[in-house]
Design a protein around this ligand. Structure first.
Ligand code: NAP
Length: 287
């Protein structure tokens, strides 16, 4: 049985699905009662509900278990506090393997949410825990948030220059790696950078989508002020908005590129390319 924190988010659900497919039991730490069905449908057999900033809850969630897969909510100002609470609870419960879902290039101070993950990694090093850290690139699945609009309008939008290159990774591949490190030996003290094989710019991404859909897909950079207004309308907080704006700026100036060598080695195959990911998305489903 593995505790998965942040279990009802897209990462948590993918990790639960991967564990379930290999008959590994999951206890899910979720935020709200309304998320119970989501995680039990994915395969969690036990559920703990509450706030990760609550030390007693963290302790209870790990009670009687040996393994933890810690996922902090995305762009969270309390990431370091939550990370330290998770580490402390893991030590108290004598957790034998603590896996932390970090991010590609946490070393970048210019992106506050990455820098907080670096600080959590530092606390893990000092904890004495048997640990593994995964550092995924942005997911290919992030494209899905705007998928219907791309299909209906033929316009792919993003809040940075169209020349910005990213090595997007398939979340399902990341979840397979999570399963692999949780269930096979040899990952003590390891830090794994997880990136897809292509460093595509936004024009190349639009071209692949257009080719697979059989339509012309053009690119459109969203004005940052418009993005900020829409983010406020969606209920994003100040920390989230400021951090994401800094991230867009960083992506645009430097790109966000890593290597797929490590994920290929961990999977024992080539990781998903962006074109194969879109192929799978548009392939008619047999029901
Ligand atoms: N998205 C990417 O491309 C990407 C790439 C690399 C790494 N990551 C990292 O992956 C992690 C997970 O991202 P995600 O998008 O899957 O997560 P997410 O959608 O933010 O989901 C996390 C879950 O945590 C819950 N939550 C929020 N605040 C909580 C609290 N105080 N206590 C307990 N639970 C709480 C959320 O519930 P509510 O709905 O109630 O808020 C949600 O169900 C993040 O740390 C992110 O940095 C993401």
């Amino acid at each position: 049985m593995v505790l998965v924190t942040g279990a009802a988010g897209k990462t948590g659900l993918a990790v639960i699905n991967a564990l379930k497919a290999h008959n590994k039991g999951v206890r899910a730490l979720i935020h709200r009662e309304a998320q119970v069905n989501r995680v039990t449908s994915a395969g969690a057999s036990e559920v703990v509900i509450g706030d990760m900033r609550d030390q007693a809850l963290m302790h209870e969630a790990m009670s009687g278990l040996r393994k933890v897969y810690h996922i902090c909510p995305n762009v969270n100002p309390d990431e370091l506090t939550i990370g330290k609470l998770a580490i402390e609870a893991a030590r108290e419960n004598h957790i034998s393997h603590f896996v932390y879902h970090s991010v590609l290039h946490p070393q970048v101070e210019m992106m506050p949410h990455h820098w907080l993950k670096m600080r959590v990694e530092e606390a893990i090093f000092e904890s004495g825990l048997y640990f593994t850290i995964l550092q995924p690139a942005p997911y290919m699945q992030n494209i899905l948030a705007g998928w219907d609009a791309i299909v209906s309008s033929g316009i792919y939008t993003f809040p940075y220059h169209e020349a910005t290159r990213l090595t997007l990774v398939d979340l399902m591949d990341v979840a397979q790696v999570a399963l692999n490190v949780l269930t096979t030996p040899g990952h003590a003290g390891a830090i794994y950078e997880l990136c897809g094989p292509d460093a595509l710019n936004q024009i190349e991404i639009a071209a692949i989508i257009g080719d697979r859909l059989g339509i012309q897909v053009s690119t459109q950079q969203i004005d940052r002020l418009d993005w900020e207004r829409q983010a406020k309308e969606r209920g994003l907080g100040t920390y989230q908005i400021e951090s994401l704006l800094k991230m867009f700026d960083y992506y645009e100036r430097f790109g966000f590129i890593g290597s797929s060598s490590v994920i290929d080695w961990l999977l024992g195959r080539r990781s998903m390319s962006f074109s194969a990911f879109i192929d799978e998305l548009v392939r008619p489903k047999i029901v």
